[in-house]
Design a binder for this molecule. Structure first.
Ligand code: ZN
Ligand code: ZN
Length: 130
């Protein structure tokens, strides 16, 4: 579900890699100020993630369909939608060391100048992970 992608920033010349996408068992967020990535495991989210899976109409991922079916059938908690899930999960993370907050909808940023991908070239996939 996720990839590591190599970019060059045309604004400052930095070569760097960004990881994009979450995995089957974790989500990836970025700082809304500096773009630093943070991951949060579904296990650490506990009930927050179970409530989200409970509210899904389709499996979270095919590779874990059986587990998700079991959650939907047997988990007793109240389901939450995607927006509420994101807000609850964001609230579990400490602020970034730069003072920003980790958010699902914050973009990756160049580590050199904090530009976003409009300023980057390349985009070569160097690894996949799940
Ligand atoms: Zn930050
Ligand atoms: Zn840059």
């Amino acid at each position: 579900m996720g990839s590591v992608i190599a970019y060059r920033c045309e604004a400052c010349g930095t070569d760097f890699r960004v990881s994009e996408g979450g995995g089957f068992f974790f989500d990836r967020l970025h700082c809304d100020r500096c773009g630093k990535a943070a991951t949060v495991s579904h296990g650490d989210l506990g009930d927050i993630h179970l409530r989200f899976v409970k509210g899904l109409k389709t499996p979270y991922a095919l590779a874990r369909a059986a587990m998700d079916r079991d959650i939907r059938a047997n988990y007793p908690g109240e389901p939450v939608g995607r927006d509420e899930y994101h807000a609850l999960a964001e609230a579990t993370l400490e602020p970034c060391e730069c003072g920003g907050r980790f958010r699902y909808d914050a973009p990756s940023r160049c580590p050199g100048c904090r530009s976003t991908r409009e300023a980057w070239s390349g985009g070569r996939v160097v690894a996949h992970y799940d």
